[in-house]
Design a protein around this ligand. Structure first.
Ligand code: ISE
Length: 354
């Protein structure tokens, strides 16, 4: 089902945690051309609280129940990553438009199953929520790299810092849930695929939950030797901070230090640090969702595709192996890009396998 241009896209949001609830509110208050008709979560209280921001939306404990209760054109998948496949496959089966929060899936084999199911349809239906591609800073940096103005790009220093982690957050999630953003956005900026990953473990932050060995340093190497050195550091206490410094042959460019208001008082000058990714990337999420809605109403996608989700899952699988072994692990892409995923005009870069 695809909404006609005069009708709102009827969206089910599956998963009413922090991101899902944020999308429900966003679609209701900020996005045009769409309405939330269902909020799905096994935790009824959570579903009800999120649905309260979307007048008329029903709640359901699972996706099947929602599909049986109301008319749905599109779905936002915002469950934990390891549960994505279980929503993606029935959604594809019904030909729904899909915005899938990152990661597409948490392992390569599951991503392949999703790609196969999608290719049975006539065109891509899945857009993956790699929202950093819609952030002005990353877009400017990508353009600067492509321009060659300061020579070749040699290295990226990426800081990825969260205030705290929930109890369910594991060591693998440093790669699968957090560094997955750099795994996607580094090729987007550099214009080349990642070919190797290495993980180093510096001194542990004693403020991290017991048993979580972090921060970690993840080194992503692209095909011509550019290295992204990613500091993943998720219990910094002070707020949310994502920055990148790009080192060129004859210049350095920095993004992520937003020009907020500087306040000087008590002998210090300071600027607020956003508490979470919701604030830091709020504008990028808004743009991403509006463009997805507009594209879904035209029967297409406008952003990273399931192919980009698959590439990221291949690198993440190598990243987890590197994390476990301490070795540099080369990335093996089993599949060449199917023509099915050549999308003119999409935000996705034209990445082929290495
Ligand atoms: C979370 O799921 C996100 O996607 C955030 O952007 C990231 O910073 C965080 O580490 C993840 O857990």
């Amino acid at each position: 089902m695809t909404a006609s241009p005069s009708e709102n896209l009827r969206v089910a949001v599956v998963g009413a945690g922090m991101m899902g609830a944020d999308h429900v509110a966003r679609i209701t208050s900020t996005i045009s051309g769409a309405e939330v008709v269902a909020v799905v979560d096994p935790d009824t209280a959570r579903a009800t609280a999120a649905a309260a921001t979307a007048p008329g939306a029903i709640t359901a404990v699972d996706f099947e129940e929602a599909l049986g209760t109301t008319e749905i054109d599109a779905v936002i998948v915002a469950t934990p990553g390891f549960l994505h496949e279980a929503v993606l496959l029935p959604a594809l089966d019904r030909g729904l438009a899909i915005l899938c929060e990152k990661p597409l899936t948490t392992d390569e084999a599951a991503s392949l199953r999703v790609l196969e199911a999608e290719q049975r349809l006539g065109r891509p239906h899945i857009q993956v929520g790699f929202m950093r591609r819609f952030d002005r800073g990353y877009q400017d940096l990508r353009a600067l790299v492509a321009s060659g103005e300061h020579g070749a790009l040699l290295a990226l220093h990426c800081a990825h810092r969260n205030a705290t982690t929930p109890p369910s957050y594991s060591e693998e999630m440093l790669i699968l849930d957090s560094v997955i953003h750099e795994i996607d956005v580094v090729p987007f900026v550099v214009g080349e695929p990642i070919v190797a990953v290495e993980v180093k473990k510096p001194r542990r932050n004693s403020l991290a939950p017991e048993g979580l060995p972090e921060p970690q340093i993840v080194i992503l190497e692209t095909v011509s030797g550019t290295m992204a050195i990613v500091e993943i550091n998720v219990n910094v206490q002070f707020g949310y901070q994502v920055t990148t410094d790009a080192v060129f042959e004859s210049g350095v460019a920095s993004i992520g230090r937003e020009s907020g208001i500087d306040v000087t008082t008590g002998g210090r000058t300071g600027r607020a640090v956003p508490p979470t990714f919701k604030e830091r990337f709020g504008a990028a999420y808004d743009t991403q969702v509006q463009r997805w809605v507009d594209a879904a109403r035209r029967g297409t996608i406008d952003g990273p595709s399931a192919w980009d989700g698959y590439l990221a899952s291949v690198v993440a699988t190598a990243g987890v192996a590197a994390q476990k072994t301490g070795r540099r692990v080369e990335v093996e892409y089993a599949l060449a890009k199917p023509a099915f995923y050549d999308l003119p005009g999409a935000v996705a870069p034209a990445l082929e396998r290495a």
